[in-house]
Unconditional design. Structure first.
Length: 365
């Protein structure tokens, strides 16, 4: 389903069943590779993928149809189908490989310049639930006429640039807009890292009171999220460094045109990424140490329980030994004594008490 808005009216156009759509690269079956992500997207959006075409206009933004593309438009693409990709390639002249790069969930952060078009792929943070953080690729494409963002799912980074925040960005200033998206990504990482730390502290306080498997699994999920963030942040930082060096490249057409304000913004982005990397590395070490401590506590508690059970087994084995000896069908001491039964009981209790005292002395209880 292709969705777009024109002049305040909603239009939809059915583009065929998903099962018959081709892969983005012509090699990988679309349903097999992206079925899980697209099913979640369909459930959230009522079964339709979409893209929006926006352009700054005064203090706001206007939405356009694909047939009304103008210089300075921003095209925000979310989970496009094969037909939608073909439509966008034909309308914008953007290379198909650039457009489909971010549609691979395993795509690494990188930059590429070809035919006066710039592709920037970064990993952005994504919150699936209050306990599940992960990252996904976001592709940003700059051409002399248009700017395009491509992602597998609706995300908080591009969603932050809308009609309410139109005064803070301009689709005509593509380089600055690119750096603003990078800056938003960095600040979102910092926000999620702080959320993870608060969640970790809450789990730690709870685990200090009672060891619960569910809380340990939640701590493990947060540890994995920090690992994802560490890898993604380092890759994104390398991308910003490449963009900073790209301004001096003059051997080929360069779509990145920086002014002094743009360079200052890019430096701010680099600083934010550095801060995020330092934070995530520090808290990753803290969470890893916390998990190791709790693992040691669990192991120690298990040792204490096993030691206690072993001590109880030893104490209970002593009366069993005496009762077995006096239960044999042979002459035994006190066999003719009317108080023989109680004497055997007393002897077994005495030896059991002595064993318990010895174990207590050696801190086996």
């Amino acid at each position: 389903m292709l969705y777009y808005t024109t002049g305040g009216r909603d239009k939809t156009s059915f583009l065929g069943p998903r099962a018959e759509r081709l892969s983005f690269y012509g090699k990988i079956d679309y349903n097999r590779r992206y079925k899980g992500r697209m099913s979640r997207l369909a459930a959230r959006k009522g079964g339709s993928a979409m893209y929006k075409i926006l352009m700054s206009a005064g203090a706001g933004v206007d939405e356009y149809d694909i047939t009304q593309l103008e210089r300075g438009c921003w095209i925000d693409v979310v989970a496009p189908t094969a037909k939608e990709i073909a439509t966008l390639v034909k309308a914008t002249g953007i290379q198909r490989d650039f457009l489909t790069a971010a549609l691979d969930s395993e795509e690494k952060s990188r930059t590429e310049v070809d035919d006066n078009q710039l592709l920037v792929v970064i990993d952005i943070p994504f919150l699936r639930s209050n306990k599940d953080y992960e990252t996904m690729p976001l592709g940003i494409i700059l051409t002399p006429d248009y700017m395009m963002t491509v992602c597998l799912e609706t995300n908080a980074v591009t969603a932050a640039f809308n009609a309410r925040t139109a005064r803070t960005f301009s689709t005509f200033k593509k380089t600055r807009f690119l750096f603003q998206i990078l800056y938003k990504s960095a600040t979102l990482y910092l926000k999620y890292i702080r959320n993870i730390i608060r969640r970790t502290d809450d789990l730690e306080h709870h685990l200090r009171r009672a060891m619960e498997n569910s809380k340990l699994f939640s701590m493990l999920d947060l540890q994995k999220s920090l690992t994802y963030f560490t890898t993604s942040l380092k890759s994104n930082y390398m991308v910003t460094e490449k963009l900073l060096r790209l301004r001096s490249v003059s051997s080929q057409p360069n779509p990145v045109k920086m002014y002094e304000e743009d360079e200052d913004l890019l430096e701010d982005v680099i600083v934010e990424y550095k801060q995020a990397i330092e934070m995530v590395e520090m808290y990753s070490r803290i969470v890893n140490s916390t998990m190791e401590v709790f693992a040691s506590i669990i192991s120690n508690n298990l040792n204490l329980v096993m030691r206690f059970l072993a001590s109880v087994t030893i104490i209970l084995a002593i009366p069993t030994l005496f009762f077995s000896l006096w239960g044999m069908n042979v002459p035994v001491p006190f066999a003719e004594n009317p108080f023989g039964f109680w004497l055997v009981i007393a002897i077994s209790v005495l030896f059991s008490a002595a064993a318990a005292a010895a174990l207590w002395k050696h801190h086996m209880f």
